[in-house]
Design a protein around this ligand. Structure first.
Ligand code: CTP
Ligand code: CA
Length: 455
């Protein structure tokens, strides 16, 4: 799809960019802060370990007010992996002695250091010249920095910043499991592939199961190798799909918003105001729907955020599946956490059922199966034939969703498919009518669920 008003689109980009690109002064201040930390590291590491700035600050694709950066400690390849990471953390602790530091674990251990209003990730890795030398999962980053700086000029970098802001505005920026969206590096390779933001938007508006190879060409062979809604091969590592975590919903939202922007370019696509509804408005909306809304609340398990979110989602889906097996109909489902507490919201459009249920058995052609069915349903209220099938009418165990339905399910969660960490904390869950959540703490979540509407 071509842009309806290219001139307008470019003017919008220019205006939006002025709001998100760090000023020269801010950039100077960022580099000063980064250099301050880099110097401290350089003072403690041996000569064969290189201290290098990485991430969006090093690439010139950071957004205004970001106040965070990534510093890598690059070790020669001959260090054993364990020694490299342990030494890296040791040097970082030594360099930042007396400052606030926290250990973190991604696929790989690293350290977070706080300095004034900044925080920096200090990541130990191997120094490599090409992907063939890779010895740890984070070694690619230095190649990414080099790739982006070689491929994108300042206009391209501006377009990356705009793309990040566009995605942020729709809640699809970031590879964290909470977001399941587009990472900064994915934004960079998309701009590099398509040459400009407008070019990307025009291409994306007609994406269907996009699979982009390192040259940015559509490649059908990739679909056999990777299975994710969006495939984008890492130009520095042909074995990696940079878009592996992008969820279908995030991808679809991006395509949809690109089309809308192209049809009618406006700054609102970069900065839309989310309206948080009042508690009274939410209560009215809840009641007006004629559905039954329940919430369960429990303590968050002590796991990192990137583990918490997929597990919470799985737990919510496991409960939904079970409730649907019981013939209740889940109209909507939403999960939320602030890291300390988790909430799952259920909305039912069928929550009260008659005392009986029908069990449809096999076709009478299958004599053995029919016999087994009859035996299994010997207590049935009716047993009859409908067309070619044997059918039993029996008493239903659960006829209504109540608070206790959730409590009972979570007390004996066997076979539901709730992840172990969640199973443990959910044994102590609190179940309630969703109206009990009507307080300031949950206002944004409830507002997001009951008033979600593409403006
Ligand atoms: N990285 C990656 N894939 C991810 C996350 C990170 O390859 N899913 C690598 C990239 O090389 C990236 C670096 O780790 O440049 C730092 O990650 P991050 O801070 O998440 O991204 P930035 O590019 O710095 O973007 P942002 O502006 O969001 O910080
Ligand atoms: Ca970063």
């Amino acid at each position: 799809m071509k842009c309806a008003d290219e001139k307008k689109a470019l003017a919008v980009f220019e205006k939006a960019l002025a709001k998100i690109k760090p000023s020269p002064k801010e950039t100077e201040r960022n580099f000063e802060a980064a250099n301050h930390l880099i110097k401290k590291l350089e003072a403690v590491v041996p000569e064969n370990v290189e201290v290098a700035l990485a991430g969006s600050l090093a690439k010139g694709t950071d957004l205004r007010g970001k106040n965070e950066f990534d510093i890598f400690l690059l070790f020669p390849r001959h260090y054993p992996h364990h020694e490299m990471t342990m030494l890296g953390l040791y040097y970082a602790r030594k360099a930042f002695h007396g400052m606030k530091i926290e250990s973190r674990y991604a696929e790989h251990p690293y350290l977070q250091v706080f300095h004034g209003d900044y925080h920096a990730d200090i990541v130990p890795a191997y120094k490599i010249g090409n992907i063939g030398e890779k010895g740890s999962s984070v070694d690619r980053s230095q190649l990414h920095t080099a790739f982006v700086n070689a491929k994108l000029d300042s206009e391209g970098k501006s377009d990356v910043r705009l793309l990040k802001q566009f995605m942020k505005n729709f809640g699809i920026y970031g590879a964290e499991t909470r977001v399941e969206g587009f990472s900064g590096y994915l934004c960079e390779i998309l701009i590099a592939h398509y040459g400009s933001l407008l070019g990307l938007m025009e291409a994306a508006s007609s994406w269907h199961e996009p699979a982009l190879d390192a040259e940015g060409k559509q490649d059908v062979k990739l679909k056999a190798k990777f299975s994710s809604p969006l495939i984008a091969i890492d130009p520095v590592d042909p074995g990696r799909n940079v878009a592996a975590v992008v969820a279908n919903t995030s991808l679809s939202r991006f395509i949809f918003e690109c089309r809308r922007f192209l049809a009618n370019p406006s700054e609102k696509f970069f900065f839309s105001e989310k309206r948080k509804r009042s508690l009274a408005e939410i209560r009215k909306a809840m009641r007006g729907r004629g559905t039954a809304c329940f919430a369960v609340r429990f303590a968050a398990p002590e796991v990192v955020q990137d583990v918490l979110w997929p597990q919470l989602k799985k737990a919510a889906q496991a409960l939904k599946r079970k409730l649907q097996e019981l013939d209740f109909s889940v109209f909507g489902l939403y999960h939320w956490s602030d890291g300390k507490e988790c909430v799952i919201l259920f909305e039912f459009d069928r929550w009260e059922l008659p005392a009986v249920r029908k069990a449809v058995g096999p076709s009478i052609r299958f004599a053995k199966d029919v016999d087994a069915f009859v035996k299994r349903h010997s207590d049935a209220l009716n047993l009859h034939i409908e067309h070619d099938r044997i059918v039993a009418v029996e008493k239903r165990e659960e006829t209504m969703v109540r608070e206790n339905t959730f409590v009972a399910l979570c007390r004996s969660p066997k076979g539901l498919g709730i992840p172990k960490n969640m199973e443990i904390v959910m044994k102590d869950l609190e179940a309630m009518a969703a109206e009990k959540l009507l307080s300031e703490k949950y206002r944004e979540m409830l507002s997001d669920y009951f008033f979600a509407k593409i403006a």
